[in-house]
Design a protein around this ligand. Structure first.
Ligand SMILES: Cc1cc2nc3c(=O)[nH]c(=O)nc-3n(C[C@H](O)[C@H](O)[C@H](O)COP(=O)(O)OP(=O)(O)OC[C@H]3O[C@@H](n4cnc5c(N)ncnc54)[C@H](O)[C@@H]3O)c2cc1C
Ligand code: SF4
Ligand code: SF4
Ligand code: SF4
Length: 502
């Protein structure tokens, strides 16, 4: 047997497609999962300590569990797929609420509601879990995350706040299992970290049975440590050792002992890691609980509860006076901003991915790749039939209230004859200036081109039509009466259908 075969020793593919192509985000999952301890993250790179193909003819692990490979995606999705709501922008979920730590001292230290810290501290104190994987700050460089196994509440407190560089949290998860013998572990990470853990779960890797709960953070991207720090040193004459903290709002803020420098986001975009440009997940769609900002509200976080385990744990903390909650429906601006950010991230990632596929010959992005099964499913079997429509003379302000009350972000628009005449989403509505929203009608902003399918066509045809038209949905019409709308199929419905095949 050829021991260097690409397909049999996963490292060869991992090295070529992920590490050498610059797509690694240093999560450390490959190091934690490697059965021969052949991999090690040092500096900003994964190194192979010795040639594992000398000991084995076949091993698929490191490539399959890497969050940037196409393997195991649908199986990973199945861990959250029993949630009742599936949303095109936010994934599967049970509930979305606004939340904050009751303890004001925690909120002062965090830039958000300190929900993650409060939940982790509560979980450790009540022995709900025996350890938590967090990203503390390196003592000599507080902006650099230090992935750690937190064992006591003080360890959790020293990880408060976001660090915008890669953190090898999956590697720390491996240390919690192998080094500390922990069996009930809480895990905190950005979406690609959570995906790596879910892939290990789909793979049924032996270390994953010790995972108790995953808390995912919203994420727009992380920066290359060396590249961004070098830029800040050159342009702003601030050495890495002088930086006390970094904060992200509408601008990127760099804090020193005596000053806060504001840097426009457009100026630092080039230092974002290549994988982030093709990443479609903004809200950690595979976590038990996802947490992100609640702009424009200060002091609050947005919490998306996805699984039963996440729901039980979160509401225990609420019942015990650790977390305050508030209904997101009362704050439509927060919801709107998150949905728009998630949709924009996805759209831009898909565009970027197309260009990268031409350069690299494969698509490093979470997409519907396992499409064969769709050819055997008829659209009428999977389309949503209970369709809500909006009239073309509805004001944009009313439309935004309508979206806040329902779970979908896009709706067919009907004309005065009651016939479908366009499609309108939160994204278009949110782009209308606030003072013009009462006077602007849905009919003025709707997309007029409808992407159409018929009930007797296959789900694969619906998928192809979505891809050709760069849209996430098709409207299903009656063949006999082409103005009669029968249903809608979205990309999320297709993913849902495929996850049920496993
Ligand atoms: C790289 C990055 C980008 C983000 N982008 C956005 C965004 O665009 N929009 C948005 O709404 N929210 C974003 N967030 C999430 C946001 O910054 C907060 O982390 C989140 O709202 C939780 O707030 P909190 O007050 O509850 O967290 P805290 O109570 O302050 O706890 C933060 C937790 O985050 C963990 N953490 C910190 N840095 C990292 C890291 N680099 N990798 C893994 N874990 C880490 C720590 O372990 C800590 O436990 C981002 C977070 C990160 C790390
Ligand atoms: S032994 Fe380790 S490095 Fe080699 S292919 Fe398997 S997981 Fe990858
Ligand atoms: S598993 Fe993580 S550390 Fe390993 S190559 Fe993939 S992204 Fe990099
Ligand atoms: S944008 Fe995506 S790939 Fe980049 S760090 Fe965030 S979750 Fe990972």
């Amino acid at each position: 047997m050829n021991s260097n075969s690409d397909s049999l020793i996963a490292y060869n593919v991992l090295e070529k497609r992920i590490i050498n192509s610059g797509f690694c985000t240093l999560c450390g999952a490959c190091e934690a999962a490697c059965p021969t301890s052949a991999l090690h993250i040092k500096g900003e790179k994964v190194h192979r300590l010795y040639d594992c193909s000398k000991d084995m003819d076949l091993c698929p692990i490191c490539y399959e569990i890497c969050p940037h490979s196409e393997a195991l995606l649908l199986r990973s999705l199945s861990f959250v797929a029993d949630a009742p709501i599936k949303n095109e922008a936010l994934g599967y979920y049970r509930k979305i609420v606004l939340a904050q730590a009751v303890n004001p001292k925690l909120r002062e230290q965090s830039h958000g509601g300190a929900v993650v810290t409060a939940l982790l501290k509560y979980g450790i104190e009540t022995k709900f879990f025996d350890s938590a994987i967090v990203s503390q700050a390196e003592p000599e460089n507080p902006t650099k995350p230090k992935p750690s196994v937190a064992l006591v509440p003080d360890d959790i407190l020293s990880a408060i706040g976001s660090k915008f560089f890669p953190s090898s949290v999956a590697k720390a998860y491996g240390s919690a299992v192998y080094g500390h013998g922990k069996t009930d572990i809480a895990f905190v990470g950005v979406p690609c970290h959570v995906l790596a853990l879910r892939k290990m779960e789909a793979w049924q890797h032996k270390i994953i049975g010790n995972l108790k709960i995953t808390i995912g953070l919203f994420c727009f991207g992380t920066f290359s440590l060396s590249s961004l720090l070098e830029y800040i040193t050159q342009k702003y004459k601030i050495k890495p050792s002088e930086i006390k903290g970094m904060h992200l709002s509408s601008k990127f803020e760099v804090q020193t002992e005596n000053d806060v420098i504001q840097i426009p986001l457009s100026e630092i975009e080039d230092h974002i890691l290549p994988s982030c440009r093709t990443c479609t997940d903004f809200t950690s769609e595979l976590a038990d609980i996802s947490v992100g900002g609640a702009y424009p509200l200060q002091d609050w976080s947005t919490v998306i509860i996805r699984t039963k385990a996440g729901e039980d744990f979160f509401y225990k903390a609420v019942e015990n006076g650790i977390i305050n909650t508030w209904v997101i429906e009362q704050e439509p601006k927060v919801f709107e901003r998150i949905v728009v950010a998630a949709m924009q991230k996805r759209t831009e990632a898909l565009k970027e991915a197309k260009e990268m596929e031409e350069v690299y010959g494969y698509l490093p992005v979470l997409l519907l790749r396992e499409t064969e099964a769709l050819a055997h499913i008829k659209i009428e079997e999977i389309m949503a039939k209970n369709i809500k429509t909006v009239p073309q003379d509805m004001a944009v302000s009313q439309f935004l209230d309508f979206v806040a009350k329902h779970h979908h972000i896009g709706y067919p628009m009907i004309n005065e004859k009651g016939e479908p005449a366009g499609w309108v989403t939160l994204e278009e509505a949110a782009s209308v200036a606030k003072k013009k929203r009462d006077a602007t009608l849905v009919g003025q902003i709707a997309r007029r081109k409808l992407v159409v399918a018929y009930p007797d066509e296959t789900a694969l045809e619906a998928f192809k039509r979505m891809s050709e038209n760069e849209t996430g949905r098709v409207l299903v019409f009656d063949r006999e009466n082409p103005k009669k709308l029968l249903g809608i199929v979205t990309k999320t419905d297709l993913m849902h259908t495929l996850t049920k095949q496993y």
